[in-house]
Design a protein around this ligand. Structure first.
Ligand code: SF4
Ligand code: SF4
Length: 395
């Protein structure tokens, strides 16, 4: 067992866990499963035991013990049953950066060959056709053809200062095509000269990083950077918080990156978006990679507050304490039932606010919450902020 995926800080963090159990109170997966081995504390203690068996005093004197395959398999199942929402890290009194620790544990498990089969499929899709679904990559732009006005260049221009990086989920899942369509329509109405990367947009690499396959993501990262540079892009806009977060953290670039909520706020401040009145009581769901992951809490709320007549009510858990919708961490690929159960819990919190619409700023959150609301016949309207802005803009 090699520990090369873990930084010295992470090794200290493993040792620093006091087993206080604060993280148990916030982990949505533990709330569903109630198993000690799946909660953050349990995972840290199990990994600590593996380390001790290989590198502890006993191992130094008598040699490392043979690792128990069944225990490793079970541990891997627990590590991949996590949405990487990061809430455990926020509640940890000794400031363990839990989300990055889970990523390092996944990398370690990948090196050892203990990871879910679904991750292998993901890896081959991304290396062969560069999108999570394994479709022909040119199909990324199919949604463009259903816009009200379709230009000949399909928004894949030779050069533009602004690029809209769409991401795999919004490109390939018809249920959420309405999100990139809304953002493009807002750009058109406000005169933003932008380009897409079209069939040359590759997955941002986030799903591979989440799978514990960070090295494999490098090819995707370099490709996307080259394509952006070739078009002379200086500002990139993302409606997907995971793509945005990955560009912020893992792309070494001087291209300025904006989440759509930040860009919409900028357009409002420049007077390019003016709203009509809309009487509505809405609540806002913070996507994990945008809120806890990237610290973007206020821009979406500021955008919503600019719409006259809109009353924004907060959920019991919001901002840093916002509960994950169940759509993160590749959990849907590993355990769809668990992912749906988390979405159902989320919908209960939304309903408790008395709002009939939940606004978010992530296509994966929209997919997860909307699918569960439909299946369970829960009367909640789920909208991305781009759609809500477009619907309430003065033309
Ligand atoms: S809150 Fe932090 S210190 Fe306490 S058990 Fe969880 S990971 Fe360990
Ligand atoms: S990242 Fe979220 S789902 Fe994973 S252990 Fe922490 S709180 Fe639980």
């Amino acid at each position: 067992m090699k520990l090369s995926a873990l930084s010295p800080r992470q090794l200290i963090e493993i040792d620093a866990c006091t087993r206080c159990g604060e993280c148990l109170k916030s982990c949505p997966v533990y709330a569903q499963k109630g198993q000690e081995e799946i909660d953050p504390r349990g995972k840290i203690q199990a990994f600590k035991a593996f380390i001790r068996s290989q590198y502890g005093l006993w191992a130094r004197v008598f040699g490392p013990k043979k690792l128990d395959e069944e225990k490793l398999k079970r541990f891997s199942e627990m590590v991949y049953r996590c949405t990487l929402c990061g809430e455990c890290g926020v509640s940890c009194p000794v400031s363990i950066d839990a989300k990055n620790l889970w990523l390092a544990l996944r990398e370690t498990l990948v090196e050892m060959g203990y990871f879910p089969k679904a991750m292998d499929q993901l890896k081959s899709n991304l290396s062969e056709v560069h999108n999570i679904l394994g479709n022909e990559n040119m199909e990324r732009v199919e949604w463009v053809k259903s816009l009200d006005e379709v230009p000949d260049h399909l928004y894949d221009k030779e050069r533009a200062e602004v690029a809209f990086f769409v991401g795999c989920v919004a490109s390939f899942f018809p249920m959420v095509h309405r999100i990139p369509k809304a953002l493009v329509e807002i750009f058109r109405k406000t005169g933003v000269d932008f380009t897409l990367l079209g069939g040359e947009e590759w997955c941002c690499g986030f799903p591979l990083i989440g799978a514990g396959m960070k090295k494999e993501a490098e090819v995707l990262i370099q490709h996307n950077l080259e394509k952006m540079k070739a078009k002379g892009v200086v500002r990139a806009v993302f409606a997907c918080p995971s793509c945005y977060h990955t560009w912020l953290e893992d792309y070494q670039t001087d291209i300025e990156v904006f989440h759509s909520t930040q860009f919409l706020k900028k357009l409002i401040e420049e007077g390019k978006i003016i709203f009509k009145e809309k009487k509505a009581k809405v609540t806002y769901h913070d996507p994990c990679d945008l809120g806890r992951g990237s610290g973007v809490y206020e821009p979406p709320r500021e955008v919503l507050r600019q719409i006259p007549g809109v009353v924004l009510v907060e959920m019991e858990n919001s901002r840093e304490a916002c509960k994950c919708c169940g759509g993160g961490g590749n959990l849907e690929m590993v355990d769809p039932e668990l992912s749906a159960a988390l979405a159902q819990e989320k919908l209960k919190q939304i309903q408790a606010t008395g709002a009939d619409t939940v606004i978010t700023s992530c296509q994966q959150c929209v997919r997860t919450m909307m699918s569960t609301a439909r299946k369970k016949k829960i009367p909640i309207t789920v909208m991305d902020i781009t759609e809500f802005v477009l619907k309430n803009m003065k033309s």
